[in-house]
Structures are given as structure tokens and as C-alpha cells.
Design a protein around this ligand. Sequence first.
Ligand code: NAD
Length: 244
Amino acid sequence: MQLGLDSKRALVTGASRGLGRAVAGALCDEGASVAVCARDEARLAKVAAEIGATAFAADLTPKGASARLAQDVIARLGGVDVLVVNTGGPPVGTFEAVDDLAWEGAVDSLFLSAVGLVRACLPGMRAQRWGRILIVTSVAALEPHPGLILSNAIRPALHGLVNALSREVAADGITVNALLPGFTATERLQEIGVGDDQVASQVPAGRMGRPEEFAALAAFLASEPAAYITGQAIACDGGLLRSI
Ligand code: NAD
């Protein structure tokens, strides 16, 4: 299948490792011009060199940071055709363990950063009547996980944004979808001590996902042939979600 991404310009955030890095790599492999963003400048520069992308170091949590990043990328690449919104997961904790400051931080990093990126990239996509917006959320947005109150509560708001925005921009050739990773083998999961043996019994596929499997879904949704898929929340989870 021809994905038609070789002339496209993409911005992938949270791309110094894990899912973001895999998605950026897949888009580079398809011939797209890819801008990658993350906080750690040295690490990001190394990743960018490895996959053939351009590095834009930034922390997307402070107010206005995501819009500034997108404007810098648009100025350098001449536009953004494919926007992949991805950031680190918010702190873990139950409701009683999380204070107002943590709620504000999670809203800024997970939700408002996405709004800023979309707001900055949308006018160019509308003008050229082509665009792909992918927002990485989590299976926890559909079926809450114990002890992840911030993720459980804030990510569903992104699904509301995806569905409502998709309707506003569909006639301009722009698709907007949410991608929901299930347990996927990234450094983040290693850091929080989740191993293959722990997930094997919970996941029908009997193993963790690989970042490349998630990236393949993202590359397809970013592609020309995916033009009629919009407003969806699509999981890559080995059958974990039970809801119909
Ligand atoms: P990760 O922690 O390995 O990578 C996150 C990336 O985002 C890194 O490049 C990091 O530098 C960057 N980042 C974090 N905060 C940032 C900020 N404020 N500004 C700019 N960049 C920032 O995470 P991952 O495992 O690749 O997961 C990516 C997303 O998917 C996260 O939101 C995570 O919660 C979610 N998710 C992951 C899984 C999984 O199993 N890996 C499952 C469900 C949901």
C-alpha cells in the first residue's frame, strides 16, 4: 500500500523515546519531513540524528509553549500536514493522593498542550484542505485503571475534543483521531516496574505491544488512504479493552 507520506511535513511531540519516537521513525521511513519535540535537548538531538528528523527541544507544559513550538516548526518546515500530539503520562495516584497543583499540571500538560498545538497547526491545514491530527491518549480513557485518577479523568476530555473537532474540520479534508496505546514495551513501563509477565494474564494477546506496532497504526492514520477515518478512538492493545 502506498501511504502517500513522502511529501508530507509532520510534527511529533514527546518523541525522544517510546511511542513518540517510534511514530516519528515510522513517518521518517515513509519519507515524510519530520520535526520531533521533547524536553531533553541532547537526547532529542541524538534521536533526531538516528531517525533522520529535525529536533525542536521544548517543554510543552508551560502555558503558550505548545503554540510557540508549532509556530517554530511551521516556520522551519513551511507547514505541518501531520500533527501527532503525545506527551508523558501524568503522575500516578488515587483521588485523595492528588492535590490541586497536580490537577492543574496534568490539565496543562495533557489537555491544553494539545489545544495549543492544534490551534497553531489548523489554519495551514484548512488553507491547503488536507491534514491529519492524531492525539495519543490511553486505554485508560475508555476503561479507567485503578490509581491513575489524572489520566482516567483528563484523557476522556481529549476524546471529546477529537470527536467534536473532527466534525468541524472534516469538510476541509482534515481527519482527527485518538490513538489509545495499551501496555506497550517502552522505557516508561520499565521505570514503573511493569513487566511482560504482569500483563500476560490481563491481555488476550498474552504479551505487551511493541512501539513499532503502535507506530504502524499511526502511520496508516496519517496516510492518504485513511482519509475517510475520522473522529475515532482506536486502540492498539492486544484485545485489552472489553467495551463494545
Ligand atoms: P515515555 O515516558 O517513554 O515517553 C514520553 C515522551 O514524552 C518522552 O520523549 C518525553 O521526553 C516526552 N515528554 C514528557 N513530558 C513532556 C513535556 N512536558 N514536554 C515535551 N515532551 C515531553 O512514554 P510512552 O510509554 O512512550 O507513552 C507515551 C504516552 O502514551 C504517554 O502519555 C503515556 O502515558 C501514554 N500511554 C503509554 C502506554 C504504554 O504502555 N507505554 C499505555 C497507555 C498510555
